[in-house]
Design a protein around this ligand. Structure first.
Ligand code: PMH
Length: 391
């Protein structure tokens, strides 16, 4: 267990993640493969720790964005299949083969290069998933002709094994379903072309929103991220949830300095806040370099079970709060999470920032250690600043 030496930390309740994965698994047809998306350090929650508990809960596959993220999981002892959702270099095919990491194919040029660069004597088998662009407009093959070309090339290359085919929806979290229905339709048409000639074991289109809303239309695998972390894909989906989600992420710090300011005293850079009366002010050791960005000025935190507003500008490593009354140094301050009957959710922070809840745990930086709870015990602490450099 690594130690840490600052009074700001994230707590990740792995029991919540376990229960969310179980509930998602129960929600889909039996036999549907749950692929849990643990990219971006598991949306800020801790990649290997989340991966382990998701696999325990029944997930069969993991997904990340790029090969280094997959390697991070392998280095931490994760042996389950991992799909890289984004682009990989053809020159990294031997590494993917060695580490048994599945790559996404989304253009013919990549396959042509892969086929000419390696033959089956030079490369162990690599599993591939073919990404179809049905309307997201990000990465993916858009025409039947290109799909046919790619399938023909890989068919002749035994070291390139097409294990899956998938697409990604742009608007599944919006209750107005017209666009997602159009994407479903395009996916069906392209799939028909493929399945006429080839047998591809895994077919998937569902992110969390799709899985929650259309559990009988997600083929035989789903890729769930945000719901596993206990967050709803969009505020408009909140009333439609088929089961409650349990928010796993919380962020805490402690008062490191407490003082009484007299009337007319200013606080922080720019002197943007001036006391209107005698006020108790606390300083906490967390700031924009930790991801608690300046736009959160004015947001409440919880201290002694009560909301307290952030006053003055947020600095790189510290900010100030107006305390309800004098409180001792060392008092716990909660930025995201519960104190007593009060809660600040990642949704509240997202609303203040006029963004989506996904961004909130993702933006809490590697300067902030993660503490992992399982079965009501702290089972691991991860301080990224104390990690050994990777060779
Ligand atoms: N599949 C792909 C290809 C994704 O990019 C993502 C999330 C998921 C599945 C999981 O989605 P969910 O968290 O809604 O369940 N990707 C992103 C993204 O690129 N920006 O925000 C979420």
């Amino acid at each position: 267990m690594s130690s840490f030496h600052r009074d700001t930390w994230v707590e990740v309740d792995l029991d919540c993640i376990y229960e969310n994965v179980r509930a998602l698994q129960r929600h889909v047809t039996e036999g549907v493969v749950v692929i849990t998306v643990v990219k971006a350090n598991a949306y800020g929650h801790g990649d290997a720790q989340v991966a382990k508990v998701a696999l325990e809960a029944g997930a069969k596959y993991l997904a990340v964005s790029f090969l280094d993220e997959a390697m991070s999981l392998r280095k931490q002892g994760i042996t389950a299949p991992i799909l890289v959702l984004g682009a990989s270099r053809v020159s990294d095919l031997p590494l993917a083969a060695k580490e048994k990491i599945t790559l996404t194919v989304f253009q013919k040029e990549w396959v042509e290069e892969a086929v000419s660069a390696y033959d089956d004597a030079q490369l162990e088998t690599v599993n591939l998933h073919l990404k179809l662009d049905t309307g997201m407009g990000r990465i993916g093959v858009r025409t039947k002709e290109e799909v046919a070309h790619i399938m023909k090339l890989t068919e002749k290359a035994p070291h390139l094994q097409m294990e899956g085919v998938y697409t990604h929806f742009a608007t599944a979290d919006e209750l107005q379903s017209q666009y997602v229905e159009q994407q479903f339709k395009r996916f069906d048409v392209m799939l028909d072309e493929i399945t006429k000639h080839y047998n591809i074991p895994l077919v998937h289109c569902g992110n969390s929103a799709t899985t929650l809303r259309f559990p009988t239309r997600i083929f035989n695998a789903v890729r769930v991220g945000i719901a596993m972390y206990g967050l709803t894909p969009s505020p408009e989906m909140e009333p439609t949830l088929p089961f409650p989600l349990k928010e796993a992420f919380s962020l805490h710090t402690k008062l490191v300095h407490v003082k009484k300011l007299s009337i007319g005293e200013s606080v922080s850079y720019g002197a943007t806040y001036t006391t209107k009366e005698e006020e108790w002010v606390g300083t906490v050791p967390v700031g924009y370099a930790d991801g608690w960005i300046r736009k959160l000025q004015g947001m409440d935190v919880l201290v002694d079970g009560k909301p307290a507003p952030i006053i003055g500008r947020i600095c790189m490593d510290q900010f100030m709060v107006k305390l309800p009354y004098e409180l001792p140094i060392g008092t716990k301050v909660t930025l995201i999470g519960k104190q007593g009957d009060k809660q600040i959710s990642s949704n509240d922070v997202a609303a203040k920032l006029e963004t989506i809840n996904y961004e909130v745990p993702c933006m809490i930086s590697y300067r902030v250690p993660r503490m992992f709870w399982r079965n009501k015990n702290i089972i691991e602490v991860r301080n990224y600043l104390q990690d050994k450099p990777v060779e």
